[in-house]
Design a protein around this ligand. Structure first.
Ligand code: G3H
Length: 549
């Protein structure tokens, strides 16, 4: 047998034996008892649900006598339209047309509640991190990072709001009119997060929505529901009744009625543009709806002739395969100059071969099982479609499947006929297109339905400068010699075309979930003394010069 075949065989064997027996899993990461959640949060009460529930299975299979079976993580209530609308009514009542205790509370008061929540949430770190691994197959360090980054986001949001509030804690006098301008809440927010960052991305809309005084209906993503169970009590105990409410169930059954009710004022949605459009259309008065959307993307990486190839390969591996490529910011198509493409492919394939694959808790693991059912089949179809149009799998073992596991596949040469050219694969299939003329990738970006980010790899200042100017008008972040990414969270995160609506960053999100409103009065003696009395006697939370430290 040739050496090459032997290597292939051992890789294939390794892939086929990727799933463990339960007893071999380290005790600290074992999920002993499934979490059967029989409650949902409504109006400050964890209400019992005796109706049907949905079982939730891990992306991780376990080896047993009956072969491989997926691990049961738990179950959650399958609410119906009736309960979903009751949950919505709780949020509507707590908002009470802007008159409820939460929307009228002082900024300092709301900050205290959020701080209390963060404190309670931190106590659940271990449980949530473990569930992130089991429910969506995210590696242990990435799961820890997702949790910690979320806590940091909450803390940064508090600081950003203090800043905003300090700037607004004064009266302005303009053209004989005294005014105080602040940001006020929008109303009831429907918060729908994604499976790939079930905690972090959901919280990057949930927390700013709450802290600005909105009330919330939260529907956790599926998969990603069970990891919310440990947080339910914290939501219940840290906020006044009705401020945070949860809905579970089949999205197609419970979400449309919420939108069609016309009672949702802000839609925070991370998912596909198709789903976002159909949800928005359901609102009877769309002009009343504020939408904050994080949608799909097909970020290209462009490797120029004189790029530092070691760096380009390292960043392209990170960009295409961090969390198996299941990031909206992932590099989803690579354009590599023909002068270096052979060298690039060789090094890129070698780097992928060096990536550790396995269970999320294994030290140094990068590639893990996929949480969404049907994904390996979909990726196999994409690969076969590309092969039909003349592409090959460049890397050893690329495209090998074992249940929920798909070994990364590098596809070359990719062309415009292939599905991989257009579709957002959201996983470990990497199309590579050779190019001679820089117009090729630029035209691809111009023609694309997406406009989130791009990465360019090169060392020549002139060429980079010439690329930057047209590209910043096509996408919302041009990354030089690095992969695409959302962070740091203080940077604006958005996209053009079908990739986003609204801008999220720690500070921008506060604006996204609020509207400027002001109190104005002519600068007369009567008005001045009235305003002075209100402020001095702390009669209003809005008209106030209090300075939060
Ligand atoms: O899925 C999209 C995420 O917002 C990406 O965030 O670039 O930090 O992985 P990230």
């Amino acid at each position: 047998m040739q050496l090459q075949e032997k290597i292939e065989l051992s890789l294939a064997e390794k892939i086929q034996s990727i799933f463990p027996e339960e007893h071999s899993i380290p005790a600290e990461v074992q999920l002993i008892d499934p979490i059967h959640q029989t409650e949902y949060l409504i109006n400050g009460e964890l209400r019992r649900w005796d109706g049907p529930t949905q079982e939730s299975f891990s992306s991780i299979y376990l080896k047993g006598e009956a072969g491989l079976t997926p691990k049961l993580i738990g179950s959650f209530p399958l609410l119906t339209e009736k309960e979903a609308l009751e949950v919505l009514d709780a949020a509507v009542a707590a908002y009470d047309y802007g008159r409820g205790p939460w929307p009228t509370m002082s900024v300092a008061g709301r900050i205290e509640h959020i701080q209390d929540f963060a404190y309670r949430m931190k106590e659940k770190r271990q449980e949530v991190v473990k569930l992130l691994m089991w429910e969506i197959g995210k590696s242990l360090p990435d799961s820890e990072k997702e949790f910690d980054r979320t806590i940091a986001y909450i803390e940064d949001t508090i600081d950003a709001l203090k800043n905003l509030d300090r700037n607004n804690s004064r009266f302005v006098l303009e053209q004989g009119i005294i005014g105080q301008i602040r940001r006020a809440p929008l109303g009831v927010t429907l918060c729908l997060g994604p499976t790939n960052y079930p905690l972090n991305e959901t919280f990057t809309t949930l927390i700013p929505a709450l802290i600005m005084g909105n009330t919330v209906v939260l529907k956790p993503p599926r998969p990603g529901v069970v990891l919310y169970s440990p947080l339910l009590e914290a939501f219940r105990d840290a906020f006044p009744p009705g401020v945070v409410n949860t809905v579970y169930g089949n999205g197609r059954e419970v979400t449309p009625p919420l939108m069609a009710s016309g009672k949702i004022d802000a839609l925070a949605f991370i998912g596909s543009s198709r789903a976002a459009s159909s949800l928005k259309k359901l609102h009877p008065k769309p002009h009343r709806l504020r939408s904050i959307l994080g949608l799909e993307a097909k970020n290209p990486g462009i490797v120029l002739p004189y790029a530092d190839l070691d760096l380009a390969v390292k960043e392209c591996v990170l960009g295409t395969l961090s969390y198996n490529g299941q990031r909206c910011t992932a590099l989803k198509i690579l354009f590599v100059h023909t002068q270096i493409v052979d060298d690039f492919l060789e090094r890129f394939s070698a780097a992928i071969a060096n990536l550790k694959f396995g269970m999320p808790w294994e030290k140094g693991v990068t590639v893990t099982p996929l949480p969404e059912p049907g994904k390996p089949k979909y990726f196999t179809e994409l690969v076969e479609d590309a092969q039909q149009f003349g592409a090959r799998i460049v890397n050893q073992g690329g495209g090998t499947v074992n249940e929920t596991f798909f070994y990364p596949a590098v596809i070359y040469p990719a062309t415009a006929e292939m599905r991989l050219y257009r579709e957002e694969q959201f996983g470990p299939v990497i199309p590579v297109i050779p190019f001679d003329d820089i117009e090729t990738p630029i035209q691809y970006i111009v023609d694309s339905d997406y406009g989130q980010q791009v990465s360019i790899f090169g060392q020549d200042a002139d060429t980079i400068a010439k690329l930057v100017d047209p590209l910043v008008n096509q996408v919302c972040r041009v990354n030089i010699n690095s992969q695409c990414q959302r962070g740091p969270d203080t940077f604006p995160f958005t996209g053009r075309k079908d990739s986003a609506e609204g801008t999220l960053s720690v500070a921008d999100a506060l604006r996204a979930f609020s509207i400027r409103t002001l109190v104005a009065a002519k600068n007369t003696e009567v008005n001045k003394s009235m305003l002075t009395k209100i402020v001095r006697e702390h009669q209003s939370n809005f008209l106030s010069t209090d300075f939060i430290l």
